[in-house]
Design a protein around this ligand. Structure first.
Ligand code: SAM
Length: 191
């Protein structure tokens, strides 16, 4: 089954499905690895309800765009902005298929991707697109569950990426840093 399309995600968001929320430990790691935005552009891919994009925009000071292929997710994210001009730009876009020139900026100082990489059907092509979008000296921040952290019988144990999928993600960067948080691994990747 294809899992990186609106056909897969839109019904889930529309029926009220929600995903693991950001917590302080994860946010602290993100802040340490990305640093202050100073109004540089950031892109959150698969932004869902927009919590991470809002953190980048409001707390770290990045000029942030959140994209998701699900119209319901984008509507939910936008509905949580309070006050005119205060929130990120929200855009309904399929990062695997749509023309990247539809994005507001040609390159981003920070690209984030939380609980999304596992669902990309063609992972090498996805990582290739990120390389094209990341500015020199930028950081690609990925948060994903890794295989083997849950009991083999756990109903969610297939949420983790395999060592081979981790290799696809991390090959081709000059700097690779990781930090573990229970079942999750955070990657900070630099060209
Ligand atoms: C598990 S949810 C995570 C949402 C959010 N990042 C979070 O941490 O709560 C995966 C998200 O990726 C989005 N997504 C999946 N494939 C996508 C694609 N090809 N382009 C853009 N977004 C995509 C889904 O719509 C969904 O919102």
């Amino acid at each position: 089954m294809t899992t990186d399309t609106a056909a897969y995600w839109e019904p889930l968001w529309a029926e009220g499905r929600r995903y693991r929320q950001l917590n302080d430990a994860e946010t602290q790691l993100l802040d340490e690895h990305l640093g202050p935005g100073c109004a540089r552009p950031a892109l959150d891919i698969g932004c869902g309800d927009g919590a991470l994009a809002r953190h980048l925009h409001r707390e770290l000071g990045y000029r942030t765009t959140g994209v998701d292929c699900s119209p319901s997710a984008i509507a939910l994210a936008a509905s949580q902005d309070t006050g005119p001009g205060l929130g990120p730009v929200w855009k309904c876009l399929d990062i695997t298929a749509d023309d990247l020139s539809a994005l507001p900026d040609p390159a981003y100082a920070a690209i984030t991707c939380r609980l999304v990489y596992r669902w990309m059907d063609d992972k090498p092509a996805f990582v290739d697109r990120i390389h094209r979008l990341l500015a020199p000296g930028g950081t690609f921040w990925v948060v994903t569950e890794v295989a083997g952290r849950r009991a083999a019988t756990h109903p969610l144990q297939d949420l983790g990426i395999t060592p081979e999928e981790s290799e696809v993600l991390t090959a081709g960067w000059s700097v690779v840093r990781t930090a573990d948080l229970d079942v999750l691994r955070c990657y900070a990747l630099r060209p």
